[in-house]
Design a protein around this ligand. Structure first.
Ligand code: URA
Length: 239
């Protein structure tokens, strides 16, 4: 049951002592779903209700692990803030998620679309980003023309980029306009897929990540997101 008295919800969220919260409610500093709180005991649902204290959203479940799958659109940077003022993955989240300290797991380039996870959980981030866990990442790649058999083999074996050899990749020809290749890698180096193709003098004109481990983008549209289920989170954590 996620419902509890307002004052209990506030103190358990770590906002302040019971006394301080009682004063704040009396002084009209607490709003529940946009409406001034009426009493200390009014029931609040810690999952659904939005509480503001002094105008700031209160995270009513500070220990709750959140993991969202976002289909990142083009033109959005996958960082928490951007010194050039570009829109970030956090800027496009619905306001109900703003209370959690979410951050993106790994990076997608500004012009790459597709699956990116956002979480507030360090263990999940560690599992997903540490190379020893080897999560596969599948990308759809659009290039003009096609790879020769030899080029395909080179990518499959590994190519020498400025930061070292890439690990063997799986490459498959597809026809999913505008994409003509699927590439599976398990490293996460900066602009890796684009650089692998550039190494062979092919310019990637569109790139989309469609899978991380067993999580697939499915029919999530660009700009849409969905929370991972507890079962999906536990699969990521426990393999
Ligand atoms: N490889 C790239 O080149 N770009 C990405 O965003 C992800 C992988």
């Amino acid at each position: 049951m996620a419902t509890k008295p307002l004052i209990k919800a506030l103190t358990e969220a770590g906002v302040g002592s019971r006394r301080r919260m009682a004063d704040a409610i009396k002084q009209g500093k607490v709003k529940v779903n946009g409406v001034l709180a009426e009493s200390f005991t009014q029931p609040v649902d810690v999952v659904k209700d939005r509480i503001l204290f002094n105008g700031q959203p209160v995270n009513l479940e500070p220990d709750r692990v959140i993991c969202l799958m976002l289909n990142k659109p083009e033109g959005i940077v996958s960082t928490v803030s951007d010194d050039k003022g570009r829109r970030t993955v956090l800027d496009i989240l619905p306001s109900k998620y703003k209370q959690y300290r979410l951050y993106p797991v790994g990076r997608l380039d500004i012009d790459t679309t597709g699956l990116i996870l956002l979480t507030n959980d360090g263990d999940l981030t560690y599992r997903l980003t540490h190379p020893k866990f080897e999560f596969e990442k599948e990308y759809l790649v659009a290039i003009k023309g096609s790879l020769t058999g030899e080029e395909k083999q080179q990518l499959q074996r590994g190519v020498l980029l400025e930061d070292g050899m890439t690990h063997p990749a799986k490459i498959r020809e597809i026809s999913q306009f505008p994409f003509n290749y699927s590439v599976i890698i398990h490293e996460g180096r900066k602009r890796q897929v684009r650089r692998m193709f550039e190494h062979l003098h092919h310019v990637v004109s569109a790139l989309k990540r469609v899978r991380v481990g067993r999580l697939t983008l499915g029919d999530l549209k660009e700009g849409e997101l969905r929370p991972l289920s507890p079962a999906e989170i536990s699969t990521l954590l426990n393999g």
